[in-house]
Write a protein that binds this ligand. Structure first.
Ligand code: ZN
Length: 228
């Protein structure tokens, strides 16, 4: 039996998934999280996730998929590869972890099914500069159908951030009353620096540009996310 009052959040302890965690707490009675160790260089990310989940009153479930996720070479898990700070002229920056969201969501779905949960929440966004293929709406819709067929279960993958830019994601956190938690306690930085981060990696630049934009036009940007 599925229980529509519960949700499972794919949770990394970063800005996006923390905002999604609090979005889920607003929309579902009981919220669970699943966090993946995929060989990321900075254990501080996982520790941040653990602390935020504890503070939010949700359980914390860590799953190690390092062996699977490290099959594709990338600079987030391989210390020998210098990180691309700009997107190359063609192809993906080496911060792209091939198959990451495919693995995350597939394993999350198995775990959700075990818990009797059909609603899964993920913080992917098509609007981000990086635009990784497994963050796109078409991929999520396709995978949702595949997971339902694979497990004979009516999963619903929720993507509250899909069409939001980073300024709007800050606005959503603010509306949910967790602006300060997201700003100071999350780890989004590719160099593993909490809060405002190192300031120069692609993830920090995206996050900080969004923050500046949001703070410069707070009320209007908040209005644009009022229905979420
Ligand atoms: Zn950074």
């Amino acid at each position: 039996m599925t229980d529509r009052s519960q949700a499972l959040v794919v949770f990394s302890g970063g800005q996006d998934s923390t905002t999604c965690l609090y979005w889920a707490l607003k929309h579902f009675k009981e919220v669970h999280t699943v966090t993946f160790a995929y060989g990321q260089k900075h254990a501080v990310e996982i520790e941040a996730a653990r602390q935020i989940a504890e503070k939010a009153g949700t359980d914390f479930h860590l799953t190690d998929i390092t062996e699977i996720a490290s099959t594709g070479k990338n600079s987030l898990t391989d210390r020998t590869i210098p990180m691309d700070e700009e997107r190359p002229g063609s192809g993906w920056p080496n911060t792209f972890v091939p198959g990451r969201n495919l693995f995350f969501l597939s394993i999350a779905a198995v775990y959700a099914r075990e818990l009797g949960i059909s609603d899964i929440v993920t913080g992917v966004s098509q609007t981000d500069f990086s635009g990784y293929p497994d963050c796109r709406d078409s991929f999520i819709r396709s995978l949702n159908v595949t997971l339902n067929l694979a497990m004979d279960w009516q999963f619903v993958i929720h993507t509250p951030l899909m069409w939001l830019d980073k300024a709007q994601t800050w606005a959503l956190a603010d509306r949910l009353g967790v602006f300060d938690i997201v700003r100071t306690e999350t780890v989004t930085c590719y160099n593993g620096v909490p809060g405002d981060g190192c300031g120069h990696c692609p993830s920090c630049r995206l996050r900080n540009e969004g923050l500046e934009k949001y703070l410069s036009d707070r009320e209007n940007i908040q209005l644009s996310v009022s229905g979420i």
